[in-house]
Design a protein around this ligand. Structure first.
Ligand SMILES: [Zn+2]
Length: 457
């Protein structure tokens, strides 16, 4: 970044314009905000003057004349920002910071980028450049939208390659009185968003999870086969828990996403960091919340349970088919029943199903004994220009087993899978199969996807 150091740092974060030549003392803002002033002073380490200015000054000629490059980011090699670079940069920033949406908003002069993080929008940057039309054209080409169509709303999607990662992005364009506004929604590699709703939890499940995450201690396990979105669920939980007053430490193999504010440790046997010894060191770091990538043997299970019993909120994944069998798996690993019963608070199991394309799916009356369908209307895939294979995106299906006193009292060496499942259902656990049936009846997924989901593992 070539432009004056302070300004570019400030512009990245705050909705302000510079009122002097990059000395970073006087700034203009459209609507005065104490918070912005305080935060900027904190960041810059000296006091600033923040004054309300008109849109004309904010986006207008004055700022452009004073500092033509301060509102642009220049590439390191000195070439001017292009739409291609800018788009890449925005997606990379949003992905690294776990922002779910990027809003590209036109103004009379210039445009604004806002991003949504943890459910709220913040201003990422303002630009007073003519790059907007190029940027919109670039996005439209990537997502196969009609470039010449500027009035009708359009939807599309594209995949952006970042370093070693692919990011799926959903695009929506709409025309406002000053021009086209584009919203990009980032989906993680499995096509999920990092929010309870985004990963597919229904209202009842969200309420339950929010309650569980409010507990100061306990082990919450997420179960499912490889590729069922377990990690996305753990990241979503961490996002919810990620506040300044909590010390959150994770040990992962590999670290899939970086979460600012969370201490993430990468398993690295060459450097002597294994799940087992990494965990022991983590406990000496005064954590409130621990995330353990995976419970794979008795030793990791015991450390996870012991940490939970001694006052930590612990989350982890386990490779089992459903919630009740995760408890059996821990016992089979050789973990003492009293530890399982004292440490575990909930098991969530999950599967991913593809979501039927709303533009082309067709109705079909169906009988099916597995999903108890008796000539009911569900939908099947077709395939169209919009979706190609009949599906758009994916969604997780959950089964949440709360380990309450009743279940705790049942945990002993000879615990039978059926007994625990029946007890769970008696207490209101909605099984994966029932949740899949619900999705079928809502027309969200197809019978073939539902079958695939219950037969994997
Ligand atoms: Zn379609």
């Amino acid at each position: 970044m070539k432009s004056s150091g302070i300004d570019s740092k400030v512009f990245k974060t705050f909705p302000v314009c510079s009122l002097d030549n990059g000395e970073g003392i006087r700034f203009g803002i459209l609507k005065y905000s104490h918070t912005v002033k305080d935060d900027m002073e904190f960041l810059l380490g000296h006091s600033i003057e923040l004054v309300e200015v008109s849109e004309k000054i904010f986006f207008g000629e004055e700022a452009r004349k004073e500092e033509p490059s301060s509102l642009f980011e220049e590439r390191e090699n000195g070439e001017e920002e292009t739409a291609v670079h800018l788009l890449e940069h925005l997606i990379e920033y949003a992905a690294e910071n776990l922002c779910s949406d990027i809003h590209i908003e036109p103004f009379q002069k210039g445009f604004r980028i806002r991003m949504r993080k943890n459910g709220s929008l913040f201003v990422y940057r303002q630009y007073n450049s003519s790059l907007l039309s190029e940027l919109i054209a670039r996005i439209k080409i990537l997502s196969s939208l009609d470039i010449s169509e500027k009035r009708k709303p359009q939807d599309g999607r594209f995949t952006q390659n970042l370093k070693n990662k692919k990011i799926d992005i959903r695009v929506s364009s709409i025309s406002t009185i000053v021009g086209e506004k584009i919203v990009l929604r980032l989906l993680d590699p499995l096509g999920l968003e990092y929010s309870m709703e985004g990963i597919g939890m229904n209202e009842k499940q969200r309420t339950l999870m929010e309650l569980l995450l409010k507990q100061p201690q306990g082990l919450i396990l997420v179960a499912g086969p490889t590729g069922s979105g377990k990690t996305s669920t753990l990241y979503t939980f961490l996002q919810q828990l990620n506040t300044e007053e909590r010390n959150i430490i994770t040990i992962e193999d590999p670290v899939e996403f970086q979460i600012p504010g969370v201490n993430q440790i990468q398993v690295n046997p060459k450097a002597g960091i294994t799940f087992e010894n990494g965990l022991k060191s983590m406990l000496r770091q005064d954590p409130e919340v621990l995330m353990i990538g995976e419970i794979r043997n008795a030793e990791t299970a015991e450390i996870a349970l012991r940490s939970s019993i001694t006052g930590h909120l612990v989350t982890s994944t386990i490779h089992t088919s459903d919630s009740p069998s995760s408890i059996i798996r821990l016992l089979d690993m050789g973990v003492e029943p009293y530890m399982v019963s004292a440490g575990i608070t909930a098991v969530i199991s999950q599967r991913l199903v593809r979501v039927l394309c709303p533009k082309c799916k067709t109705e079909e009356k169906t009988n099916d004994s597995i999903f108890a369908l008796d000539n009911q209307t569900i939908y099947k895939k077709v395939g169209c220009q919009h979706c190609k294979d009949g599906y758009v995106g994916r969604k997780a299906v959950f089964e949440i087993l709360i380990v309450n006193d009743k279940i705790r009292s049942m945990i002993h060496k000879d615990l039978q899978l059926d007994a625990i499942r029946k007890q769970g259902e008696r207490m209101g656990m909605v099984s994966l199969k029932e949740n899949l049936r619900e999705l079928l009846l809502q027309g969200e997924t197809s019978l073939e996807e539902a079958y695939r989901a219950i037969t994997t593992l």
